[in-house]
Design a protein around this ligand. Structure first.
Ligand code: IFM
Length: 440
């Protein structure tokens, strides 16, 4: 059961979220190659050998997809712009690409949906990746140019603009753990990316403000890091993991400096003079986006820093193997307000679960339960006085789950990738009933 809409403030925003590379179809519309196209073209990187060239063909089917957002009764749609579509080489404007987002935003407005833009959700143009991507300090200026170009064309209709989605994934997951494009496992590359991604954010916010842009934020992901047992070693491992994942970005953004437990390993590899960038990184924000999915258990690993290894957890899991722990969402929302963000409005910009393909495609009662439990977790944070302004389900559609390919299905709407038929699942109907004010 989903909690009734009346449990939330009258102006609380309910939405569904997607990202460009995961749904649009990257191989059309004058787009350049992104580093996800090239990463996916390299054998062994993607579980099923797939890529995002067609994905959900949203580039052509977006009116039907926006109808699904509207018909569920959502207030808002969170989407991202593909950098390689807007600027195929990362620099030069592609009018055809920008026209697509112009039509898409018009389509949202026509349907009464608030457009929540994310300027970058991981599909870095391959030409910029070839210049070092997030390792190269110049990325900050290039990214600011992208954000300003998007604002100049779309800003008059946007309800909100986020600079980046999940900088931990852009930097650490992609340059240290090697799981995402560009697939590096290199502490120096990762450390530089950890800093430059924040520098790019700060540079972009400053440039956007100069253009008169309003309602600016950034979307961070948070994962509960618990010790796997009660040993000091496991407790230390969980603290280091928490510092890298849950504190690095928010502390820098709020002018609190990088956490010492992460600086121990990352500090020696940061670009020279990084301290001079910290004021620019800590630009005032209008809101923070919080993505929350799971908690993980950690134990000490021998060998090299960060001495952190993941241990299996006992809780029920999603298809991704992610433990389901809704109270972690309440904990993060209250912890953020208490330790970092104060009165800054928070949005849950992503929360959702994957189920396998092949299960009864639309009878996703487990997902309805998952969403209900997490909405109740948001309600608990509201009851404790945290200023949470909205909740976006990830994702509107089944889509390309990055290195996992098309196996995991997070959607409220099933997508048959052969026919591109969309079929709303039980969870979509549950949202529709709830948002219409009935029982879900
Ligand atoms: O699909 C991703 C999304 O791109 C970013 N946040 C997490 C989702 C599920 O893994």
């Amino acid at each position: 059961m989903l909690p009734p809409r009346s449990d939330f403030p009258a102006d609380f925003v309910f939405g569904a979220a997607t990202s460009a590379y995961q749904i649009e179809g990257s191989g059309a519309g004058g787009a350049g190659l992104s580093h996800w196209d090239t990463f996916a073209a390299t054998p062994g990187n993607i579980a099923d050998g797939s890529d995002g060239r067609v994905a959900c063909d949203h580039l052509n089917r977006w009116p039907e997809d926006l109808d699904l957002v509207r018909d569920a009764g959502f207030d808002a749609y969170r989407f991202s712009a593909s950098w390689a579509r807007v600027m195929p080489d990362g620099v030069t404007l592609n009018p055809q690409g920008m026209d697509f987002y112009d039509r898409l935003v018009d389509g949202m407005v026509e349907r009464g949906l608030k457009p929540f833009l994310t300027c970058h959700h991981w599909d870095l143009p391959a030409d910029l990746a070839a210049l070092g991507g997030w390792q190269n300090r110049d990325i900050a200026a290039r990214f600011a140019d992208l954000c300003v170009a998007l604002h100049d064309r779309l800003g008059d209709r946007l309800a909100s603009t986020a600079t980046l989605n999940e900088p931990w994934c852009i930097a650490w997951l992609s340059h240290f753990l090697g799981h995402h494009a560009p697939g590096l496992r290199d502490i120096r590359a990762a450390s530089r990316a950890m800093h430059h991604v924040l520098l790019a954010h700060g540079t972009a916010v400053q440039a956007l403000r100069a253009e008169g842009a309003a309602n600016l934020g950034i979307v961070l992901n948070f994962e509960t890091a618990h010790p796997a047992d009660d040993t000091p070693e496991a407790r230390h491992a969980a603290e280091v993991q928490d510092a890298i994942y849950n504190q690095w970005f928010i502390r820098a953004l709020m002018g609190q400096g990088y956490p010492q437990a992460a600086l121990e390993g990352i500090g020696p590899h940061l670009p020279a003079g990084w301290q001079d960038d910290m004021a620019l990184i800590a630009q005032p924000l209008d809101w923070l986006g919080v993505n929350y999915y799971t908690r993980r258990l950690y134990t000490a690993a021998p060998g090299l820093w960060p001495h952190v290894a993941e241990a299996p957890g006992p809780l029920p899991k999603t298809q991704m193997g992610w433990e389901i722990r809704p109270e972690g969402l309440t904990e993060f929302l209250t912890r953020l307000a208490r330790d970092h963000t104060g009165a800054l409005p928070l949005y849950v910009t992503e929360n959702g679960m994957a189920l396998e393909a092949g299960q009864d495609v639309t009878a996703d009662a487990r997902r309805v339960q998952f969403i209900g439990d997490h909405l109740r977790a948001v309600r608990a944070a509201l009851a404790q006085g945290v200023d949470v302004r909205g909740f976006f389900y990830w994702s509107l559609l089944d889509n390309y789950e990055w290195a996992f390919g098309y196996g995991p299905r997070f959607g409220l709407v099933h997508v048959d990738y052969d026919s591109q038929t969309r079929t709303p699942k039980q969870s979509w109907h549950a949202f529709r009933a709830m948002l219409a004010g009935g029982d879900a």
